[in-house]
Every structure is written in C-alpha cells, then in structure tokens.
Write a protein that binds this ligand. Structure first.
Ligand code: HEM
Length: 180
C-alpha cells in the first residue's frame, strides 16, 4: 500500500472513531449522566472504571484516544509530499480544535454543565467533524489524482512504443526496399 493510501485509510478510521465519540457524547447528555464523574481529569476511582460513571468515563477515554488519532492524522498529512496545501492547513486546525475541545469538555465538568459551555462543546465537535471530513475528501482526491497521473504516464510510454514500432515498420516497407 502506498503512503497516500495509508493516510486516506487512517483519516477515515479517525473520522469513524470521532463519529462514535460524538454519538457517545449525545448519549451522555441525553441520559443526564454528565456529572456522574464529577472530577477532572480522573474519576473518583482514579484510572479504574466503575459502573456508576462508565458512560462518562468511556467518553473521556475515547476523547483522549481521538485526540491522539487527530494529531497523528495531522503528522501523516504534513509528511506526505503529495498533500494539498489546504489539507495541511485544515489538518493543523483539526489538531488544534481537538485539544480545545478536550479542554472545553473539562470546563463543562468543572462549571457543572453550564448551558453555554455544553452548546459550545457540541458546536466545536461539529467543527472538528467537518474539518476531518474535509481532510478525508481532499486525501481521497489526492489519491485519485496520483492514480490518474500514473495511468496517463503508462499510456504515454505505451504510445511512444507504438509510434516507434510504426516508424520502424515504415522503414522496412517493401516499397522502400524496392527503391534501394
Ligand atoms: C474530541 C473530544 C470530544 C468530543 C468530540 C466530544 C463531543 C461531545 C458531544 C457531541 C457531546 C453532546 C453534546 C450535546 O448533546 O449537547 C458531548 C457531551 C459531553 N461531553 Fe464531550 N466530547 C469530547 C471530549 C470531552 C471531554 C474530554 C470531556 C471531559 C470530561 C467531555 C465531557 C462531556 C460531557 C460532560 C458531556 C455531557 C454534557 C451534558 O450533560 O449535557 N467531553 N461531548
């Protein structure tokens, strides 16, 4: 698998994990368990999960993993020499937003689910999701462009061979040899 295809698959995987995290966040909010783990950064049991705050604990844990995945996506995009400039810029924005979102999540807890903060948490999550969709679509088009340019390179080298054959066959035409 070439590097740009790997970047595409990695960014799609990151987008899927982010989708799961946002789904989970909606569930935390709708089921009213947002303050089941009232401390930050760890829950009362430390690193060990507990049945009373399992959903909120999972939301935090998956958020930490998502932060890492978004950061890695940015690094991979920046390291690719074929990435578009816009993809690089948006992946840097996504990595900045994901850490802002984690900090905002912590504030949502410390400010006891203030409505403005919870709404901002939702809005920033949507901004993050949109920016990752942008990265995925751009990376997809980068792969498509590379595929079509390698296909046209093969075609032009083939037509070069074909024209050589034609030229040679003209050189060996019976009429020409008769003239000699
Ligand atoms: C990339 C990181 C994160 C994303 C994308 C994310 C996304 C979301 C979303 C979409 C919701 C639902 C909001 C709503 O329905 O109004 C939510 C809820 C919530 N999130 Fe996060 N979250 C992230 C990280 C965190 C972190 C690190 C915490 C911190 C402890 C946190 C705490 C919460 C809480 C407490 C709620 C429920 C709020 C309520 O009860 O209304 N989130 N999250």
């Amino acid at each position: 698998m070439n590097y740009d295809k790997f970047v595409l698959l990695f960014s799609v995987a990151t987008l899927c994990v982010l989708f799961g995290l946002m789904f989970m966040g909606g569930y935390v909010s709708a089921s009213g368990v947002g303050l089941s783990c009232p401390d930050w950064p760890l829950c009362p049991n430390g690193l060990a999960p507990s049945a009373e705050f399992l959903i909120e604990y999972t939301h935090r844990t998956v958020a930490a993993s998502t932060g890492l995945l978004v950061l890695m996506t940015m690094v991979f995009v920046l390291r690719s020499k074929n990435s578009m400039r816009s993809t690089k810029v948006i992946s840097i924005i996504a990595a900045t937003v994901v850490f802002g979102q984690i900090a905002l999540g912590a504030t949502v807890i410390t400010e006891r689910l203030h409505a403005v903060l919870v709404t901002s948490h939702l809005a920033l999550g949507l901004a993050l999701y949109s920016s990752l969709i942008f990265v995925v679509i751009n990376t997809y088009y980068t792969n498509l462009r590379l595929k079509s340019s390698s296909a046209s390179a093969t075609l032009s080298s083939d037509s070069g061979f074909a024209s050589n054959v034609k030229r040679n066959s003209v050189g060996y035409s019976p009429n020409k040899s008769a003239n000699l």
